[in-house]
Design a protein around this ligand. Structure first.
Ligand code: SF4
Length: 80
């Protein structure tokens, strides 16, 4: 899941052990992952920030899917 050091709060994040949802190619599973981020996780904002800062654009992070993450990264780069 990680190619960088994970923040401490990932240790107990609801997505731990759920790679089949969070890195699925199936839209229905990705929607379930997004719902988990939005409805269960207490670290959605930090997670999204972490993903963008570390160029994590595959899978679901902070309630955003890969395409969302790519778009957000591009927007952030354009304002730098
Ligand atoms: S926001 Fe989603 S991907 Fe991020 S730690 Fe929480 S459950 Fe996991």
């Amino acid at each position: 899941m990680f190619n960088v050091n994970a923040p401490y709060w990932f240790d107990e994040a609801p997505c731990v052990g759920e790679d089949e949802l969070f890195f699925s190619a199936h839209p229905s599973k990705r929607r379930m992952a997004v719902a988990m981020c939005e409805n269960v996780c207490e670290h959605t904002e930090e997670c999204l920030k972490f993903a963008l800062e570390n160029e994590q654009t595959v899978g679901v992070w902070g309630g955003k899917t890969g395409p969302d993450l790519v778009r957000l990264s591009e927007v952030l780069q354009s304002v730098d």
